[in-house]
Design a protein around this ligand. Sequence first.
Ligand code: 13P
Length: 276
Amino acid sequence: MAIVTMKEILQDARRRGIALGAFNAANYETACAIVQAAELEESPVILQVYSRMFGNGKAEALGGLLIRLAEKCPQKVALHLDHGENLEQVRNALEWGYTSVMLDGSRLPFDENVALTKQAATLAHQAKATCEGEIGHVAMADETELTDPEEARKFAELTGVDALAVSIGTVHGYYKAEPKLDIGRCREIGQALPNMPLVLHGGTGTPISEVQKVIPLGIAKINVATEFQHCFLKAVQADLEAAAGKFIPIDKFMDAPTAACVEHLRKLIRAFALKE
Ligand code: 13P
């Protein structure tokens, strides 16, 4: 199956009132787990790479690997730059074959966020790729700013983004207290933008019962990074302890942590498709 743009799979998800998982790959094993989970669940998926890996040079070679994995997967797979910090990262992603980019201007004043995101969307569209922006701010070890529905409508119109990340009560990383999503706010945003796939960042630790309330209101992409990558690391740690110093070739050793991630992701994919 060809690697596709995010727009192609997200518009369909929004029409159907379901959401797709967008999972952050950081190495070969986490990437394989994402693609295998999508294949087993017969679902499209978004493979995304965090902006830090564009800053430290890892995203280029990893991108080549991800493209190969995506092309071999029988399901549709989009390859996405997550939380792009600037236009250089956007240009690099597009040059390296990523089919989708996010420009995260959510900490900027409205007009500056619009201007930068619009440039990213134009670059993406010139490359036949798609673009995600963020309005309001989902906390990343800072303060959350909830999305105003009218501002979201204006932002989408002015920037031409294909998917819009909104802030309705989630935060990035683990929660200190259980979150409650602002369902009414999400409904208003969904009504203001009836055809726009909305994106929920900060999937980690957000109760599935809360997440499932906002999917029919327009949330079509759900980002999960921390809990998925931690699942991998915890499995590595447990297996290393079990090996008690005995050498195991790395390729064999990694099979079990990868399988643990596949199971974790399959559950999320099913829940986001409202199958269970
Ligand atoms: P979590 O790390 O909270 O799952 O958030 C991931 C995310 O939103 C990536 O953009």
